[in-house]
Design a protein around this ligand. Structure first.
Ligand code: C2E
Ligand code: MG
Ligand code: MG
Length: 724
């Protein structure tokens, strides 16, 4: 390959503004390029024919002939020079011109919006030099590709037959926490003489010569075999327990040509090898490009529906490049939508690409599809997609497509990285190894009630051991991480369920299964800290085998979200320093979440406001210290009286708010009776101060009914009526 220096590069500039044109010319000459400026299209085209510049800097808006006409003329002349479009026009016009130029087959080096700085131009020209080396490389490759067109279908047929076509896989990660979602299988072919052949090229060749089903079958076979064996290629090291469990759940995407859709047995055979290898069909995503899927929407609807019914997931690839209507998209049974990489790759520079990307993600999310962006090449784009709620990311920033042999190493190194982040988040929460707290007990208690299990806990998974921040039922505190079920659960995206431990290869010999407490059932839901890393689980155990319905799994998820909320609310600014119960914000946040859950579970709730009515008197007669003691006492009495699943907070100075959760069988009335008895007990024994309360039942805003403690109890029936 020949090297290129900047003096070999000729730049022709067309601009109706002499000052601007000459400035560009000077800048280019100073930088060591050959440059020529003209302000008339006539001279411009003459120069173009005789001088053969490598680059053209073109003003878009000129009085005698506008840039768009120049572009059309350049295209007529089959101009090979790279074009830099310069203009004071707004970005949309520039982008439209850019599309027009690309549509005319011109190569665009970049856009220069006026006013531009010396640096802007410098950067484009700088890129130009390095790009020229790339051009030399590309043209070598293009030449090869041209030779490729000499590649005969017999070569391809032989390559398929001899399994010379191989598979590489590109990872897909969750935007929210960068954890691994799965891989896309991509076909590769090194031709013995022509070298690398682009998949787009040989896939087209295969489609043309009826070889596509053989090619697809090869990719299906090789990739699913690899996926099935992947967990065994990863040896678990301390800190990465559960990784193999995770790898048994990741997805595999396979590109399908529309031409294969009506093949009578391809998918049935593929389903059979998946089942034989223990790969569940919902882990497989069949990717169809938008244009392919829409070629014959009616036929697609039938075939695709059948594939979904078989159990495969379906993905619409390169979305945004075709012409599908929303109606078609809604009708076809896709599970994933992939934003075409051309939009994603330019999302940061182009308003239009950014808007298209955002709209596709929004559309996908609103249809409850998994949204995936491919072509992510930098952190900024990844961040942009994350903040737009895109589900998955794929692109060179995460990883280029990997040879199968290199995947385990890549997975392990990322898992180690994630584990460090996870432990840092756990440490920042400052709750590992600290005593149990009432605010967490509420949730474990509720888990036992809701799921009717003897044991529920909030586990925190530390570097070596587990810490149970709260538990209900028997306790397994301090167990080694490697023996724990929770270390597996934390690698999952959703619930991790072992319906019968004795039937599980991973757990049948576990110490807590064969010995006390003889666990037969485990369900754990990963808990995320405020920064999105998993710190532990909300888990439940039973001593008999069980299954959880989808509805119950959703309940577990809701309860886990409540715990997560508590984890992030746990910082001291949600707690009332004086009394140790929640403060105004803490109560509002927590009770809102709890009410949402109660609605979802159809559980009645009751909100009470309890005011220490004699606090002012205590403050005035005995001083603020005693007043503070009275408030602390009141908080303690409330905590003793309420169930652990109820929420309590000091709302304002003398007023506490209480949310009675799971208000079954008149729990509210019972609480008030107990509270009364407890206050009477205090008042009978305390020499320091008596506590008098005013209780109000808070319904929806505007529906408050007020009772004094005495009235409330004497109006028992009316109160009960209000509870309903
Ligand atoms: P695709 O299915 O949309 O695959 C994504 C393509 O984007 C891959 O190109 C991948 O290498 C590339 N890519 C991913 N991230 C980035 C990035 O950050 N920057 C850039 N510049 N590119 C990125 P590849 O492997 O060249 O495949 C091209 C197309 O060929 C695929 O597009 C797919 O339509 C087709 N193809 C590949 N393998 C197969 C196959 O086994 N069967 C069928 N029918 N088509 C295949
Ligand atoms: Mg694809
Ligand atoms: Mg694609």
């Amino acid at each position: 390959m020949s090297t290129v220096s900047s003096t070999d590069i000729k730049i022709l500039i067309l601009d109706d503004d002499q000052q601007v044109g000459q400035a560009i010319e000077r800048m280019a000459l100073t930088a060591g390029y050959e440059a020529h400026f003209t302000d008339t299209p006539h001279e411009f085209f003459e120069r173009l024919d005789t001088w053969h510049p490598e680059f053209i800097v073109l003003d878009l808006i000129m009085p005698t002939m506008d840039g768009v006409e120049v572009i059309a003329e350049l295209s007529n002349r089959a101009c090979q020079a790279k074009v830099i479009i310069s203009s004071g026009a707004d970005q949309r016009v520039l982008e439209a011109a850019l599309r027009s130029a690309q549509g005319h087959g011109l190569t665009i080096q970049g856009l220069l919006s006026k006013p531009f700085s010396r640096d802007d131009l410098g950067r484009l020209l700088q890129n130009a030099t390095s790009d020229l080396s790339q051009i030399a490389l590309d043209s070598e490759r293009e030449n090869r590709q041209l030779e490729n067109s000499q590649i005969h279908m017999q070569d391809l047929a032989a390559a398929i037959k001899n399994s010379d076509i191989y598979v590489v896989v590109q990872p897909k990660i969750y935007c929210s926490d960068s954890s691994l979602a799965g891989f896309e299988a991509l076909a590769r072919w090194e031709h013995p003489t022509a070298g690398f052949v682009s998949p787009e090229h040989f896939v087209r060749l295969a489609e043309k010569h009826n070889l596509i089903n053989e090619l697809t079958w090869l990719v299906m076979n090789k990739s699913v075999e690899w996926l099935a064996e992947l967990p065994q290629t990863v040896t678990e090291e301390p800190g990465l327990e559960g990784l193999t469990t995770r790898l048994r759940n990741i997805s595999l995407s396979i590109n399908i040509s529309a031409k294969s859709l009506d093949h009578p047995t391809l998918f049935a055979d593929f389903a059979a090898i998946c089942v034989a290898k223990g790969v569940e069909l919902h882990r497989i995503y069949l990717e169809l490009t938008e244009t392919h899927a829409m070629e014959n929407p009616l036929a697609s609807l039938d075939t695709l529906t059948r594939l979904r019914m078989k159990g495969f997931n379906l993905s619409i690839d390169d979305f945004g490049t075709g012409y599908s209507s929303m109606k078609q998209l809604v009708r076809l049974p896709f599970s994933e939508i992939k934003v075409d990489k051309s939009f994603v790759m330019s999302a940061l520079e182009s308003d239009e690409s950014r808007n298209i990307t955002q709209s596709i993600v929004e559309l996908g999310n609103s249809l409850q599809l998994t949204t995936t962006a491919e072509g992510i090449e930098d952190d900024e784009t990844l961040h942009f997609l994350k903040s737009n709620q895109c589900t998955l990311a794929q692109g060179y920033r995460i990883s280029k497509p990997l040879p199968l042999a290199n995947v385990s190493e890549w997975i392990i190194s990322r898992a180690r990285q994630y584990e460090r982040k996870r432990l840092a988040e756990l440490e920042a929460l400052e709750i590992f190894g600290t005593p149990e707290e009432e605010r967490f007990d509420r949730h474990t208690k509720m888990a036992c009630q809701l799921f009717d299990v003897p044991y529920a806990a909030i586990s925190l998974v530390g570097e070596h051991t587990l810490w149970f921040k709260s538990h209900s039922g028997f306790c397994l505190n301090g167990i080694d991480r490697k023996d724990s079920f929770c270390s597996h659960a934390i690698t999952q995206r959703g619930a991790f369920i072992v319906p019968d431990t004795l039937q599980s290869v991973d757990f049948k010999d576990n110490a807590f299964v064969v010995g006390e407490p003889n666990m037969r059932f485990y369900a754990g839901y990963p808990l995320r800290g405020p920064h999105g890393n998993v710190v532990g689980t909300l888990c439940m155990v039973d001593t008999k085998p069980r299954t959880l319905s989808d509805k119950m799994i959703r309940r577990l998820q809701s309860l886990a979200h409540l715990v997560e909320h508590e984890l992030s609310a746990g910082s001291s600014n949600n707690m009332d320093k004086l009394t140790g119960v929640l403060n105004f914000h803490g109560f509002d946040n927590t009770s809102q979440q709890a009410l949402a859950l109660a609605n979802q579970l159809n559980l009645p709730t009751l909100k009470l406001s309890i005011r220490v009515s004699n606090l002012d008197a205590i403050n005035q007669e005995q001083g603020y210290d005693v007043g503070n003691q009275a408030l602390l006492k009141m908080a303690n009495i409330l905590q003793e009286t309420l169930r652990r699943s109820d929420v309590v907070g000091r709302y304002t100075g003398a007023t506490f708010h209480v949310l009675l959760f799971d208000n079954i069988d008149g729990h509210g009335l019972e609480v008030i009776s107990r509270l009364k008895a407890r206050l009477e007990l205090h008042n009978a024994h305390s020499d320091a101060y008596a506590l008098h309360c005013h209780i109000q039942v808070l319904h929806r805003p505007g529906e408050a009914s007020s009772f004094s403690e005495r009235e409330l109890l004497s109006e028992k029936n009316r109160y009960l009526g209000m509870l309903c």
